[in-house]
Design a protein around this ligand. Structure first.
Ligand SMILES: Nc1ncnc2c1ncn2[C@@H]1O[C@H](COP(=O)(O)OP(=O)(O)OP(=O)(O)O)[C@@H](O)[C@H]1O
Length: 607
């Protein structure tokens, strides 16, 4: 049951995130926030003052008409002063309104940047697992989408509401002179419309929140239908119509609900608005009769009628502000949830291990992805020393990439431990640890940047060191085709920007290999199938070359090609998260198990 208390609570919930928005605006600019607050105060108080001076003007005009001689001159002089005062107040009011709009325009740009920077800074502190949590990721996307408009919009709506509230109170004070009943009548007449608006806005707010998954699907479909990487398949598989239909169906569902809400809101708004109008015209008549009866002056009558009228429009504008505030609250709730997300402080501060020659040890490492029943890695153990190479083979989904993600501390083992140079990974300072690893994943980034930058990002400290970049490109076997490009290392890659050149899959992979070689002093080089787009011969050549270049370090390669894998010192054969077999090529062949079987199968294919 709805009690008056819950109504009040519900109404005040509209201010839930106003403080957060004001805090963001305050951070963006103290001066602008204070100017807006002052301007709001003036814009709230001045209309009542203007109405009051208006009354004095009318009364003085009437008095001047009735008077003669010296008294008339005195009234006329006074009238002039009132007119000047009124003009001054009106100028102040327009000034306050102008200051408000100017502040808003400046704040819009500042605030958009402020919020986006906060979001991006937060994103940098998140764990990989956070990005894989669909709801959380959704919050990030939504927080970014309207970052430049919503916080300011909420601040504006809050200030508008305060301004109109001040106006209404000051009108009430003026009206008190006439009758306390008139104040009550007009005040009460507005309440049903207020409550209805709060109710409908709340409903709209809850609808939007509930539909977030549908909206997310719409955004996803938009992306598939419009982005370069989705379009190829959409065209060839003729998926366009199908996806578009899904998009439209989602819209229809949402639209049905929205339409019903808009209609109900419109009808109730009109009916309850009528109530307020009746009250207004009732009070109008009352004031007019009071003037005829001589209970109030003509000036007072003009003032009261003006106050009623402006009071009504202040009520309407309050309702609009409440409506906007509910919508903005929805956004701000996403933003604060996103920014308030608890990110555990990265553990570990050690920068060296006690035994640098111990290399990498996995000891009974088990890992389960959140929300999955089966471990992706189960009791995995192995050891590699500096100068050794490890190859990991196994069917799709056997846990190879997961193993690398654990080694690079993108995830933490559920049980067991991983040691690097004799120190548990969790005790390493994560930045130092990652500085010692050079990793290229199968889905490495294809930056829409210049060729040189695409390689240079492998080591941000050497991002502009062209000699180092060229050496890395040589090592990654990319130098040859880069030399043939129009602007060589300055050639823009990708299709997003002007004059961008698109590369073939294999060429991109060579760029990525170059990126790994930017970390000259990395202790471990890890390649998680980045050469899958190359033919078997090219891949074997690259790995042989890779092995040569990493002879004094540790290297880990993941590949489905046994011709590549055979050169490794140690091979792990993975199956459903467990290490099935372990050894070098010859010993694994001698075991005559899974490795030997798959090796022969592949070798047959190449004969
Ligand atoms: N982010 C994730 N959340 C939940 N489960 C995951 C996630 N990533 C992978 N998995 C699951 O973990 C298992 C191991 O996946 P992993 O990516 O390590 O396999 P892989 O051996 O590298 O496979 P591939 O050869 O196809 O690259 C799979 O069953 C997969 O479904």
């Amino acid at each position: 049951m709805t009690t008056p208390l819950s109504w009040i609570k519900r109404f005040f919930s509209v201010f839930r995130y106003s403080a957060v928005a004001v805090e963001i605006v305050w951070q963006a600019s103290v001066l602008l926030t204070l100017s807006m607050a002052m301007a709001t105060l003036f814009a709230g108080l001045l209309p009542a003052a203007i109405a009051w001076v208006g009354q004095l003007i009318v009364d003085t005009v009437v008095a001047a008409i009735d008077a003669s001689g010296e008294a008339r001159d005195q009234h006329t002089r006074q009238l002039l002063q009132y007119v000047v005062l009124e003009a001054f107040l009106v100028i102040l009011l327009t000034g306050a309104q102008k200051i408000n709009t100017v502040c808003q325009s400046i704040l819009r740009a500042l605030l958009g940047n402020e919020v986006n920077v906060r979001i991006l800074k937060k994103a940098l502190t998140l764990e990989l697992a956070d990005f894989e949590d669909s709801e959380y990721y959704d919050k990030l996307i939504r927080a970014r989408r309207e970052a430049s408009s919503r916080p300011l919009s909420l601040v504006i709506a809050t200030f508008d509401l305060i301004r109109d509230g001040i106006s209404l109170i000051s009108y009430g004070v003026l009206l008190l002179q006439f009758s306390v009943w008139a104040v009550l009548l007009l005040g009460l007449a507005g309440i049903p419309a207020f409550l209805a608006e709060a109710r409908f806005s709340g409903e709209a707010f809850r609808n939007q929140r509930r539909r977030s998954a549908e909206r997310r699907m719409q955004v996803y479909l938009e992306m598939v239908l419009t982005r370069e990487d989705g379009v190829k398949e959409v065209k060839l598989m003729q998926l366009g119509k199908h996806f578009l239909q899904r998009y439209v169906d989602i819209f229809r569902n949402i639209y049905k609900e929205d339409r019903s809400l808009v209609l109900r809101r419109g009808v109730w708004g009109y009916l309850l608005g009528l109530l307020a109008s009746f009250a207004f015209y009732g009070a109008y008549g009352w004031v007019a009769f009071a003037a005829v009866a001589g209970a109030i002056t003509l000036g007072q009558m003009t003032m009261y009628i003006g106050v009623f009228r402006q009071g009504q429009s202040a009520v309407t504008s309050c309702l609009a502000a409440i409506n906007r505030m509910y919508e903005d609250n929805l956004y701000l709730s996403n933003l604060t949830e996103f920014l308030g997300h608890n990110v555990p402080e990265p553990s570990g501060e050690q920068t060296v291990g006690p035994d640098p020659d111990d290399g990498i040890r996995f000891e009974h490492v088990t890992f389960k992805y959140p929300g999955t029943p089966k471990p992706a890695l189960d009791q995995v153990s192995f050891h590699i020393r500096p100068g050794e190479s490890l190859a990991i083979v196994g069917e799709n989904g056997s846990g190879k990439t997961t193993l690398i993600k654990l080694l690079t501390r993108l995830y933490t083992p559920t049980s067991g431990r991983i040691l690097f140079q004799g120190l548990n990974l969790q005790e390493w300072d994560v930045d130092v640890l990652r500085g010692k690893l050079a990793v290229i994943f199968q889905d490495f980034n294809r930056y829409q940047l210049k060729v040189g930058e695409n390689i240079g990002v492998g080591n941000t400290q050497l991002l502009t060191d062209s000699a180092q970049i060229e050496t890395a490109a040589e090592k990654g076997l990319a130098a040859e085709f880069i030399r043939q490009m129009p602007e060589q290392y300055n050639t823009q890659l990708g299709t997003w920007f002007r004059d961008g050149k698109e590369l073939s899959g294999g060429q991109w992979q060579k760029i990525a290999l170059g990126r790994a070689f930017m970390r000259e002093d990395a202790d471990v080089l890890i390649l998680d199938e980045p050469t899958a787009a190359m033919d078997a011969r090219a891949e074997a050549e690259i790995f042989a070359h890779f092995r040569e270049l990493t002879s004094n370090r540790m290297s880990i390669i993941i590949s489905h090609r046994f011709s590549t894998v055979r050169i490794a010192d140690q091979i792990l054969v993975m199956d459903q998260g467990v290490v099935l077999e372990r050894g070098d090529h010859d010993s694994l062949l001698a075991q005559n198990g899974q490795y030997a079987r798959l090796f022969r199968l592949q070798a047959k294919g190449y004969q």
